[in-house]
Ligand binder design. Structure first.
Ligand code: CP
Length: 307
């Protein structure tokens, strides 16, 4: 593939190949030896720890040359557009751009360029607004596959700040196609039946918790809320959070997932972050290997490594 921006229409055969390749890297498989240097820049216009650092770890493990880019000290501060920033980076030799951006679908104009335009670099989406988070989705799929070996028939609850969540959108789109049974929970003002109802049923958490194989908690994204008038941390935790009491009711082999960063004491009890059913650390570990597979796929699709 020449860009990697979404999982919405990603063929399941490619998903399977990427997960297999990520597992190969995780189990100590050697990364490819590219015949030519490949130059990559990570452009993060929103804050990030996991995605940014694990893309950079994946790039270094693949032997790519990382050209540092910090929006805060770049000419973006002088008003340079995303397109012109990428044109500058591409002109000096950057071949791949990993981008996180607050605007949904920021990548669409970059994929649909007029023939007269000179920009020619691979775009890897590291998260766009509330749209897509393909690398998070694939690392979540790898984590689920490692636990259960399959997706079909698994009961998966996605809980919390659904409206604002690119993780929820990417995961529901992919999990539905993989045959999982999806449920939603959390405050109803964050559940839009017209959008989410196509993917699964909304139920109160206490009606779901005992049945679920995967309990996927979403971060409450305070920075995206217009008003916090309605938000009461204690009430949220009691009504929608994973309390110790709810954790005790989960199936023996069920797991809990969270894309991070975690609001301890809000989405879940702080003591559960490292509980036996928690897969948070494994999700973060898997992120490196999945991102290696994604970057390799784009490098090969563009024949950048000379192989
Ligand atoms: N899960 C995730 O995207 O985390 P970061 O915002 O820290 O990258």
């Amino acid at each position: 593939m020449s860009n990697f921006v979404s999982v919405e229409d990603l063929p399941l055969k490619i998903v399977e190949q990427l997960l297999k390749r990520a597992s190969y890297f995780k189990n100590g498989g050697q990364p490819p030896k590219f015949k030519q240097p490949v130059y990559v820049a990570n452009l993060f216009f929103e804050n990030s720890t996991r995605t940014h650092c694990s893309f950079e770890m994946a790039e270094r493990k693949l032997g790519l040359t990382v050209i540092p880019f910090d929006p805060a000290t770049s000419s973006v501060k002088k008003g340079e557009s995303l397109y012109d920033t990428l044109l500058a980076l591409n002109s000096i030799g950057v071949q791949l751009a990993v981008i996180r951006h607050p605007q949904n679908d920021y990548y669409l104009p970059l994929l649909d360029l007029a023939p007269t335009q000179q920009l020619n670099l691979g775009i890897v989406n590291a998260g766009d607004g509330s749209g897509q988070h393909p690398s998070q989705s694939l690392l979540d799929m790898l984590t689920i596959k490692e636990q259960f070996g399959h997706f079909a028939g698994l009961k998966i609850a996605i809980i919390g700040d659904l409206t604002n969540s690119r993780v929820a959108r990417s995961n529901m789109q992919l999990l539905q196609r993989l045959g999982a049974e999806i449920y939603f929970s959390g405050p109803q003002y964050w559940y839009d039946a017209a959008e989410f109802g196509q993917y699964g049923q909304y139920l109160p958490l206490d009606q779901l918790i005992e049945q679920m194989d995967v309990v996927m908690l979403l971060r409450v994204q305070h920075e995206r809320h217009q008003s916090e008038d309605q938000f009461d941390v204690t009430a949220y935790h009691q009504q929608y959070g994973l309390t110790k009491e709810r954790y005790q009711k989960m199936k023996d082999d069920a797991i809990i997932m969270h894309p991070g960063p975690i609001n301890r004491g809000v989405e879940l009890d702080s003591d559960l972050v490292e509980a036996p059913k928690s897969r948070f650390a494994e999700q973060m570990r898997n992120g490196v290997f999945v991102r290696m597979a994604m970057l390799e796929a784009v490098i090969n699709g563009r024949k950048l490594g000379g192989i």
